[in-house]
Design a protein around this ligand. Structure first.
Ligand SMILES: [Zn+2]
Length: 199
């Protein structure tokens, strides 16, 4: 019998508070949608824009002809990721989001690739957008395995929900930025308390 070795390759020199580059890519994908009060910017809202973004981030081999269905699929996976990030801040995981991600992993035909030496990786057997999303799902899976996933969160400010990597010592960060969203939430709490006191 061939002995099974699952020895991991030496991890790159990363501070535990720095995200692996693959997880940064997942974060950037989630942040292709930027919302703020009255603002909505979506960097992958057309087949052309999606193709450009995926190609620029080496998730597609060059620009490809994509469809509106691809745009819809990518956006649903992106928002399912965002729902999952909220679970990293103590909210219950959204079952529909989990199902979307599991289905996308099946469409990507993720398989275990032992071809890169002593480190097995998940890779997509599918093509096109399914494969691009599959690569991001594989990166999320790796981050869940190495523990870095828990630090990827969605900003608690409801108008924002920006994905950010929580570098705080105790993983207690709730806002993408204390200066903007954190202060907005604090000001709201202060106003609510003050109003309650006046009532
Ligand atoms: Zn925010």
């Amino acid at each position: 019998m061939v002995p099974i070795s699952m020895k991991r390759a030496a991890a790159p020199e990363l501070s535990p508070r720095e995200p692996p580059p693959t997880l940064e890519l997942v974060r950037d994908f989630i942040n292709t949608l930027h919302t703020d009060t009255g603002l909505r910017e979506d960097a992958i809202d057309s087949p052309q824009a999606l193709s450009r973004w995926l190609a620029e981030h080496k998730l597609l081999a060059g620009r490809q002809h994509l469809t509106q269905a691809d745009v819809h699929h990518a956006a649903s996976v992106r928002e399912a990721f965002r729902e999952l990030l909220e679970a990293n801040d103590g909210h219950p995981a959204d079952k529909a989001a989990l199902e979307i991600l599991s289905r996308a992993a099946r469409s990507a035909q993720l398989f275990v690739d032992f071809g890169s030496g002593d480190r097995a990786r998940l890779r997509p057997a599918a093509h096109g957008v399914d494969a691009a999303l599959g690569t991001l799902l594989a990166y999320a899976f790796e981050a869940m395995s190495d523990g870095s996933w828990r630090r990827l969160k969605a900003c608690n400010e409801h108008d924002c929900r920006w994905a950010f990597y929580d570098r705080s010592k105790n993983q207690t960060g709730s806002w993408c930025s204390m200066r903007s969203c954190g202060n907005r939430a604090k000001a709201r709490r202060f106003r609510a308390k003050h109003t309650a006191a006046v009532d």
